[in-house]
Structures are given as C-alpha cells and as structure tokens.
Write a protein that binds this ligand. Structure first.
Ligand code: NAD
Length: 304
C-alpha cells in the first residue's frame, strides 16, 4: 500500500486525494495556503460522496491527513503528486522542495496540464522517477489519466505509474512524446480556439455553441473516439471535407479578444461570478452538483 502525498489543494488536489484514499492509499496533503488546508476535509468529503455515487469500492480507507509543511506531507511517501499552479517557476521551486524531502526511490508525479515533464525533471536528484500524471477535471469523476515520460524518465517509472493507475480502477493512457499540452489539452484547445472564434465572429451564440457541441460531437465522441469516428464516417468523406474546410479553420496563435477582454475585467467565469455567462452565488453549488450527477450517470452508462 503506497503512502502518497498531494501538494496543492486547489481545484484538483482534493479530488485526487479522495480518489487515492478511497482506493486504500495513505494520503497526506499540503497547500501553502492555510485557507485551502482548512477547506480540504470538506472538499475531500464531497468528492468521496461522488465516488460513492459512482459505485467506486471503498477499500481500507484511512483518513486524509493535512500536514502543515511540505516536508511533513512528503515524509515517508512512495508517491508525491504535485498539483500547484501551472507556472513553471512555482512548479520548479516546489519540485526542489519535494526532492529534498523524499527518498530517491519515491516517484514524483506532476499534474501539469502541459508543461513538458523534461523541464520539471531537470536538476532533480533522481530524474528517472519524475513522470507526468495528468488527471482531468473533476479529478474524482473522470477515469482517464495521461501518463507522460520526460526525456530522462525511466521506463520502470512509466510502468509503475500505469500499474498504479490501473490499481486505482482508472484508465491510464501513455503519451509517447513529451509535447506541450500532451494530447488531451492539445485536442481540447484546438476545439476551444474554433469555438471562441465562431462565437466572436457572430456565427453562433454562446448558448447555441454549447448545445451544438454537447449534443452533437460531444455526445457522440464519448462513445466513439475520433479515430473510430473517421472510420465510421469514411476517410473519403474526411478527405473531401478537410480539403476545403481545413484552410478555413481558425489558426490564430494568440488568444482571442473575446477571452482577453473578459480576463482584463476580472470576468474569469464561475470563480468570479461571471465570464461568458453570469452566475449568482446560489447557482454555483447547484450547477456543480447537477453536473456531477450527470457525469456520474454518463460514466455509469459508458461503463455498462
Ligand atoms: N483546473 C483544471 O481543470 C486542471 C485540470 C487538469 C490539470 N490541472 C493542472 O493541475 C495543477 C493545479 O491546477 P488547479 O486548477 O488545481 O490550480 P489551483 O490554482 O486551483 O490550485 C493550486 C493550489 O496550489 C497551491 N500552491 C501554490 N503554491 C504552492 C506551494 N509552493 N506549495 C504548496 N501549494 C501551493 C495554491 O495555494 C492553490 O491552492 C496545474 O498544473 C493545472 O494545470 C488543472
């Protein structure tokens, strides 16, 4: 039974802790923010409730310990998962602290959304044990986890991580090359760029876009992956459509003013009460709960 430490308890950390703990790992958690440390037990409890609704078996679950220093959280860990903000300098500083706090046999995993693992393992005492473990949000609901090796990652580390994820009852997907954004986010950001561009140009409303994508390709892709979909539609059709449509798709390298205009006014989305849509404080927990319920139902249907 591995002792795991989770560093960073923001959006992703509590769901990761709950998933590991329910699967029988001893979990210690740490965040530099006392506020986040205080919120952690309730957030982990909520995530555990969703795991129970998903029917995830509860093995010998030990309580999650919230430590008051990174070194205390990491002491004796066989696995440390870093899930601090997506900024290279913060991650590199946290990696140094973790390196100093654990044995060289401890696996150090990063939940980075796309910073190449090679950049995070540089300078590590044992770079071969550093690996990408990219969970999807919400971490306790989405079963797929990308596993990414940096240039110096040992093959044995990748194998260990794949086996560990399988042991959690989840689905590891190995990304063969350490490219920025890995695979899931490259695909997601290609979709997002086109969606934002079409809404910005007035081709469709934001509401229309959400309905079109969720009930069209979104619904379909959750059952038939893109490569299988190509075969289903016919490669000749893809070639015919792609030959005129690909050159018309958005390929801008910067971020559209539709987004930067809002971030400049602190309209960041649900966390500030509004972004593209507006949210009252009462709506936010209701929305989270109803989305979690639907995701649970869809996952159960897909697994059946
Ligand atoms: N939010 C998502 O949808 C999502 C999905 C997959 C992966 N990720 C990745 O997971 C990581 C975390 O993302 P998030 O959305 O949870 O971020 P977040 O900002 O919600 O949480 C990060 C937490 O790290 C803490 N932190 C900052 N510096 C720290 C330090 N030195 N030591 C300990 N804790 C520290 C912060 O206080 C904060 O609570 C990022 O790399 C992100 O790209 C995010």
């Amino acid at each position: 039974m591995t002792k795991a430490a989770v560093i960073g308890l923001g959006t992703m950390g509590p769901g990761i802790c709950a998933t590991l703990a329910r699967a029988g790992m001893t979990v210690t958690a740490y965040d530099v923010s006392a506020d986040q440390r205080a919120k952690m037990p309730e957030l982990a409890k909520q995530a555990d409730g969703v795991l129970a609704a998903l029917g995830v078996a509860e093995r010998t679950k030990a309580p999650i310990t919230v430590a008051d220093s990174l070194a205390a959280a990491c002491a004796g860990a066989g696995l440390v998962i870093e899930t601090v903000p997506e900024k290279l300098d913060i991650k590199q500083a946290v990696f140094k602290e973790i390196d100093a706090a654990v044995a060289t046999t401890c696996i150090i995993a990063s939940n980075t959304s796309g910073i190449p693992i090679t950049k995070l393992q540089d300078g590590n005492l044992a770079p071969g044990r550093v690996v990408g473990m990219h969970w999807s949000n919400p971490a306790h609901v989405i079963p797929m986890i990308e596993v990414i090796a940096g240039n110096q990652t040992d093959k044995a580390t990748v194998t260990w991580m794949v086996d560990t994820i399988k042991g959690l009852g989840l689905l590891p997907v190995v990304v063969e090359k350490d490219v920025p954004g890995f695979v899931e986010n490259r695909v997601l950001y290609a979709i997002m760029r086109e969606c934002v561009d079409l809404v910005e140009k007035g081709v469709i409303s934001a509401e229309g876009m959400d309905a079109c994508v969720s009930w069209g390709i979104g619904y379909k892709l959750s059952v038939i992956g893109p490569m299988a979909l190509l075969d289903m539609a016919g490669l000749d059709i893809y070639q015919a459509v792609g030959s005129y449509l690909n050159k018309d798709l958005c390929n801008r390298a910067d971020v559209a003013s539709y987004v930067t205009g809002r971030t400049g006014q602190n309209k960041l989305g649900m966390k500030t009460g509004g972004g593209i849509y507006s949210y009252t404080p009462e709506q936010i927990p209701q929305l989270r709960a109803s989305r979690a319920k639907k995701l649970v139902a869809v996952r159960k249907a897909l697994e059946s």
